[in-house]
Design a binder for this molecule. Sequence first.
Ligand code: ATP
Ligand code: MG
Length: 427
Amino acid sequence: MGTIQTPPGTRDILPEEIGYWQYVENIATQILSRAMYQEIRPPIFEQTSLFERGIGEATDVVGKEMYTFTDRGDRSLTLRPEGTAGVVRAYLQNNLYAAGGVQRLWYCGPMFRYERPQAGRQRQFHQIGLELVGTGDPRGDVEAIALASNILKSLGLRSLKLDINSVGDRSDRQRYREALVEYFLPYKEELDPDSQDRLERNPLRILDSKNERTKEINQNAPNILQYLGDNSQIHFEQVQQLLGDLGIEYNINPCLVRGLDYYTHTAFEIISDDLGAQATVCGGGRYDGLVEELGGNSTPAVGWAIGMERLIILLKQLQSSPVRVPDIYLVSRGEAAEAQGLILAQKLRAEGLTVELDMSGSAFGKQFKRADRSGAIACLILGEEEAVNQTVQLKWLQTKEQQTMTQTELFNQVGELREQLGRHRKQ
Ligand code: ATP
Ligand code: MG
């Protein structure tokens, strides 16, 4: 009988890779908390209707990609395909708006979409996302974009490009939609089947098509920026001005659209040339209509999500995995020594040192080999003699210097030991 494997499109994130994940999460937490964003953790499954309303039935995500199931109580539930709908639901359900002002929120965790697995595309993937709820000010759009950019730059990713666009407000988009349908109708037979389907339901999404012939037809399609009303125009200009003030470079891409009614004004993507077909690392935009769509008062908001897997593919191209190395590798042999070893390890950990305890019970020679391989700075050795005398040997693994001390001395001098370890770590 074979062993059971992970389902397609899912994978284990193994200890050898986890350093990257923790590194990204730490940097993101730091940068977001400096801007007073707080983490929120909504459940991973929600009522299916939340996503039908919150993402829209005309989207691929809801139409084709959701993991929906009926639970034992006959409820239709869905594993979240994205984070925004759940955050907005939590905002409404918990009256977070009652605090007044804006809510600055972020989240991090797994998302689920039934897609064709390939490099940078999985069925369980992870996002870090940010939502700024309660302001329609263009500074909000730019704060959000700047924080995404800060995170990516702090991770050392520099050759990324920011594309921005405006999808206007509801009435701008209505006019644009009509113009698009009028433009595409004569080409209907030449469009790819997906785009033909979108012609009635969601024509803006045709601009997103990867099909070659459709892309050709798109080249002469009407440009959304020509359909912006005065307010939308001003908002978009202010966003550009503020990005410029912060020294953030951008490119205007009029084909960058989010096709749903509650997406408004700014849409943006951060793209890498080093990811092949799945090039978008971060996608976001303003969604002034969503809170109302989900039953709240009209409340402007803006947000983004970074795809962790794609981000980590890029990080791996830059640096090897941050590995955890113990300060001390503790070697012991013999019943009394092994018992004392465990106690020593626990006491040193309580002093803030990283201690790996060898539990193999094998010959000293083998334990020493493992100590070397662990990358530890020092080794503590407890044999039968040490156990009887309540002593321990401290060996510096690089210089091979070795000294014997009592266990009491070791703890009395733990401050000095910590400094010595620090000095060796820097070398
Ligand atoms: P794509 O066009 O690549 O399908 P999307 O528009 O569906 O992306 P969003 O819903 O905007 O993506 O999600 C934000 C980010 O999450 C994406 O830019 C990407 O980095 C990541 N992402 C989305 N779907 C997946 C997936 N199936 N596997 C891995 N990462 C994903
Ligand atoms: Mg997608």
